[in-house]
Design a protein around this ligand. Sequence first.
Ligand SMILES: [Zn+2]
Length: 402
Amino acid sequence: MTRKTVVIGMDGVPLRLIEELTDSGDMPNCAHLRKEGYLSSMHSAVPEVSNVNWSSIVTGANPGEHGIYGFTELIPGTHTVCFPDRRALKAPPFWSDNSKRYVLLNIPAMYPAPEVNGVFVSGFVAPDLDKAVKPMDELEYLRSIDYEVDVDSSIAHKSHRLFLERLFETLEKREKAYRYYWTRKWDVFMLVFTGSDRLEHFLMDAYADEEHEYHEEFIRYFREIDRIVGDIYGSMDEGSRLVMLSDHGMEPIKINVNVNALLEQNGLLELGGHPEKRYNNIVDEGTSAFALDPGRIYLRDKDVAREVVKLFEGLKYEGEDVIGRINLRDDVYHGPEIERAPDIVLTPNSGYNIKGGVKYEDVFEKNIFKGKHTASDAFLYCNEKCIPRSPTVEDVRDIIEK
Ligand SMILES: [Zn+2]
């Protein structure tokens, strides 16, 4: 008989937050697990975007192998932006091993749902629940509990209170679904919480600030997660493996940095049309470099590589270096999909939120968001000694399959 494995994902939760909330007593179940098992920091993919990370987590592959570099992508041979989904994934995920049975709930970046030996429910981005569920028979139940793949984050732009209400509702439905599917026959059960990422993006400032209007609610969300984790752990068979992880960390934003604004100011990028309209076909003739979110730079003219690197090496904000690491394609990617990779990927220093959009006023800007992804402090936990030294998201698949 195969040994059972449970995987609990928490999108965007930094190791530091887990450490602090287990120390403070807000996450008592995780504190207990921490004492019994092994907790490590984990490096994210380049760039540290959720769908790139989750693609590496489930395939064990480098972006150069699985072909996912961000939520946006260029249609080959054009400068037109498209949105890759699960069908663009070029490396096989762990559930392609049909000898095991699976319950896989809310798996990010895996839409439409693939056929699996068991049940699959896609996580974000999943616009249509009908296509997010396999087999289709499961739809009836999920519809009956009004299951939601993701909280509607647009609400946060209008009201944080309403956003929080909806966030807890979404979590409640996620918990219902987990309980319903827990009693099925499975060898690998995976459940991902994505509300953590949403909460931190909009309210990261509420975490450290005890006076913040929503400080208590922020902590309460993690207490709820902890309660569900305790529940899951408490009902696992003896000898099962428990893996918990996040895909990237999160930290407060000091300032947003518009990569394309800097390229434009330096004559490397020419954008046609009005800012509101210039999304899809983002470059004009005369452009030699442009960026897609977050800091993926594509060179139309390879001769400007050195100039671009120098430009970002020298970028300062209030006397501070903005960019921590400038990743060149061949240094961070390998595999058959490398041809489509960005030429340069920027990893910022702490607090700088790198953006590759084309709607901006200036290089440095503030906006509604309070939290941004970090690359080196995701967490990885296992109740057994199986975590390699300095793990990366590419190491997770092995641990799930062992
Ligand atoms: Zn994420």
